[in-house]
Structures are given as structure tokens and as C-alpha cells.
Design a protein around this ligand. Structure first.
Ligand code: PLP
Length: 394
């Protein structure tokens, strides 16, 4: 027996472990200091009341013979897929019900989707990047090339026709940079992918933070995307489901190559390796896309966006360059005074007791940058930004 030796090639998940270790060391040495965390990517507000109501009702369903549910459909219950379809049509995207697949979150599907692709594909990943895209491909032994996201291109790399990619990852609004593509920019990626016969794996996990109409809520708002894209989305950031677990993936029927249909392959993959998301969770998720549910989750998103505005406002006042913060929960800032990511991490921790995430942990181009998130409480965000302002104004 041999283990998968490609695991040797995966970088250690050093970033968050190192952040935790440095923070714990500082806390142990300074027990009197209150540490404020703006580094986490997890939400802090509870589930919306409509969701809770629906979860409770679904638990009751499971207690009676007439309403009890056993195994559900691999691709998700129709009651949820109908709601997801209606949500898409609210911004002009028409989907067939059997193009929507309910999952236990975007991360699983982003990794699992690789089952339907050959190992001999070249993968194009932006740098800096959400590490899951890289690690899942390294585990499978695929060749990865990078598209540089830099200050010069506004952290939004555009296609380079001299580069031949087969699988292209796009995350918009982006984690970690908070930058988001317009429909016109995405159209260029769609044209590039179609011209090469490549596929775009489009991560829309932060779609709900978009309020600027020029930005794309879905890659399927762009002409031509149905022949080259798969979209991953999630209730995690939309509705606080990070611990409840539910997401959805859209695989259009027009995405075919050499007689293979991505939609059919994905259904086959899911029905072979996945037995569906719990009925109770899907009932909770379905409540998100009701009128009342949408009203409630939009209030939560507005709360986080207000935190983002507080952080961005302080950066503006200090003259620090950043992206994100407007259509994204992330603020990606340039470390002041030429500090490296980790130098700035230590400086903030030691002098303001604020914890963020060093950009270097997201890739080569992240060096010299730093990520702050808007997912904390308003009180913590307010106090942390005041401390940052006081420290950096000097
Ligand atoms: N995609 C991006 C870009 C993320 O930042 C995250 C979570 O942080 C995910 C996907 C994972 O989402 P889920 O909780 O649905 O697995």
C-alpha cells in the first residue's frame, strides 16, 4: 500500500496556527491586556428568527410518522432548490431546477468538484488566494499556475491569452482582498475560458455583500458563462450558516466537453459519494429566501457592512491604501511604513492589542498586506479601529 504522496507537496496550514500561537503567547505575557480580534472569517450574529422558526418546525416534522424524512434527494429537496432558483431570478438569472445542487457548504463542493476533472489539467489560481483552491489541487497532483493580483491591477487579474489554463478559479467578492469584478470584467474571463475550452470555477460565497449594481452577483449574469462556468455559493456568510452547514452549486447543462456533461457527471459524483444535506438544515435554509427571511438576513449583512465602513473610514483618515470594505466583509490594507505582513501583525498586537491576518499567508503577492474582517461585533470593531487610529496617527 502507498499513501497519496502528493500530500507531501501541500504547504503546512501555518497561517492561522501561527496567528493563534503569537496571540496566545502575547496574552500569556500580558494577562491584563484586552485583545480584540478582527482576523476571524467566521460570523458572530445568530441565525435569523425565520430560520430558527423553520428549523424548529422541521425538528417537529421528524417526530411524527406522517412527516418524518429519511434519505433525501442527492441534489437537495425541491422546496429549497425552488427558493434558490427564485433568488437567482430576482437578479435576472434563469436556472433549471436540475442545475442546482444543494450541498453542506461551498468548501466541500469546491474540493469535491475536482472528481469530475482529469488530473492532466493546468489550474490557474489568483495570488493571493483562498488556500482551499490550491491545496485541493495539490492533493490531486495537478499543475498550478498563478495569476498575479496586485495593487497595479486593483487585485483583479485579467486574462492573459499567452497563458493556457484548463481550470480557472475566480472568487468575487474576493477572500482575502475584498476586490470584486464588474460584469464587463467577468465577460473577459468568460470569453477567454470559452476560447480555450476551459472551465471557470466561480466562488460566489460573498455575493450577498454586493450592493454596487455594476458588480456581478453571479457569473451567470454574464453572456456565455453557461458554456464555461460552475458557480459555488453558500448560506455561511449570507445567513450565518457557518456552523449549520448549507450551500449550493450551479452546474449549467450547456457545460459539455468531448461528449461529457458536467451536470450529469456532478449528479453521478454526488449520488455516489454524498447522501444529501439534513432535511432540518434544508428547511432552515429555505427560510432564508422568503420575504421575511431576506429582510432579516439583509439586516445582519448591513450590520457587518457597517463594521466594514468603520474600518474603511479609519483607513481613509489615515491615508492607508486598501481594497474591499464596500462590497465585501474584508478590508485588505497595505501595511504602513513598508512593514512586512508579520511585522505589522506583531506591531498591532503589541501596541494596540488588535489581531488581524497577515496577507503573506494567502500567497506571494500578499506580502506587505494585511486582512481585517467585518464579522466581529460592532463594539469590538469600534474599539479596535479607534486603537488602530490612535496608534497609526502618531
Ligand atoms: N469560499 C470562500 C472564498 C470562503 O472564504 C469560504 C469560507 O471562509 C468558503 C468558500 C467556505 O464556505 P462554506 O462555509 O460554505 O464551506
Amino acid at each position: 500500500m502507498k499513501f497519496n504522496s502528493y500530500f507531501n507537496d501541500i504547504a503546512d496550514s501555518y497561517l492561522f496556527a501561527e496567528v493563534a500561537a503569537r496571540t496566545a503567547k502575547y496574552a500569556a505575557a500580558h494577562p491584563d491586556k484586552k485583545i480584540l480580534r478582527l482576523g476571524i472569517g467566521d460570523v458572530t450574529l445568530p441565525l435569523a428568527p425565520e430560520v430558527i422558526k423553520s428549523l424548529h418546525a422541521a425538528v417537529d416534522d421528524m417526530s411524527a410518522k406522517e412527516t418524518f424524512q429519511g434519505y433525501g434527494p442527492y441534489e437537495g429537496y425541491e422546496f429549497l432548490r425552488e427558493r434558490i432558483r427564485n433568488y437567482y431570478s430576482s437578479y435576472g438569472v434563469k436556472l433549471a431546477l436540475d442545475e442546482i445542487f444543494v450541498s453542506d457548504g461551498a468548501k466541500s463542493d469546491l474540493g469535491n468538484v475536482l472528481d469530475i476533472f482529469s488530473r492532466d489539467n493546468t489550474v490557474l489560481v489568483p495570488d493571493p488566494v483562498y488556500p482551499v483552491y490550491v491545496d485541493t489541487n495539490v492533493m490531486a497532483g495537478r499543475k498550478i499556475i498563478y495569476a498575479d493580483a496586485t495593487e497595479q491591477n486593483g487585485f483583479l487579474p485579467m486574462p492573459d491569452y499567452s497563458v493556457k489554463a484548463d481550470i480557472i478559479y475566480i472568487c468575487s467578492p474576493n477572500n482575502p482582498t475584498g476586490a470584486a469584478y464588474t460584469r464587463e470584467q467577468l465577460k473577459e474571463w468568460v470569453d477567454y475560458a470559452n476560447s480555450l475550452g476551459a472551465v471557470i470555477l466561480y466562488d460566489a460565497a460573498y455575493e450577498c455583500f454586493i450592493s454596487d449594481d455594476r458588480l456581478a452577483r453571479s457569473i451567470f449574469t454574464v453572456d456565455g458563462a453557461r458554456t464555461c462556468a460552475i458557480e459555488f455559493c453558500s448560506f455561511s456568510k449570507t445567513a450565518g450558516f457557518t456552523g449549520t452547514r448549507c450551500g449550493y452549486t450551479v452546474v449549467p447543462k450547456e457545460l459539455t466537453r468531448d461528449g461529457f456533461s458536467a451536470n450529469k457527471m456532478w449528479l453521478r459524483r454526488q449520488s455516489t459519494k454524498f447522501n444529501g444535506v439534513p432535511y432540518i438544515v434544508q428547511r432552515g435554509a429555505a427560510a432564508v429566501f422568503t420575504d421575511e427571511g431576506l429582510k432579516e438576513i439583509r439586516a445582519n449583512i448591513a450590520y457587518y457592512k457597517n463594521n466594514a465602513k468603520l474600518i474603511a473610514g479609519v483607513m481613509d483618515g489615515l491615508g492607508i491604501k486598501y481594497t474591499g470594505g464596500k462590497n465585501s466583509p474584508y478590508i485588505w490594507l497595505k501595511c504602513p511604513n513598508g512593514m512586512s505582513s508579520w511585522e505589522f501583525f506583531d506591531y498591532l498586537l503589541e501596541n494596540a492589542q488588535v489581531v488581524g491576518t497577515p496577507g503573506a499567508g494567502f500567497g506571494r503577492n500578499g506580502e506587505g498586506y494585511f486582512r481585517l474582517t467585518a464579522f466581529g461585533s460592532e463594539e469590538v470593531t469600534r474599539e479596535a479601529t479607534q486603537r488602530i487610529q490612535k496608534l497609526l496617527k502618531k
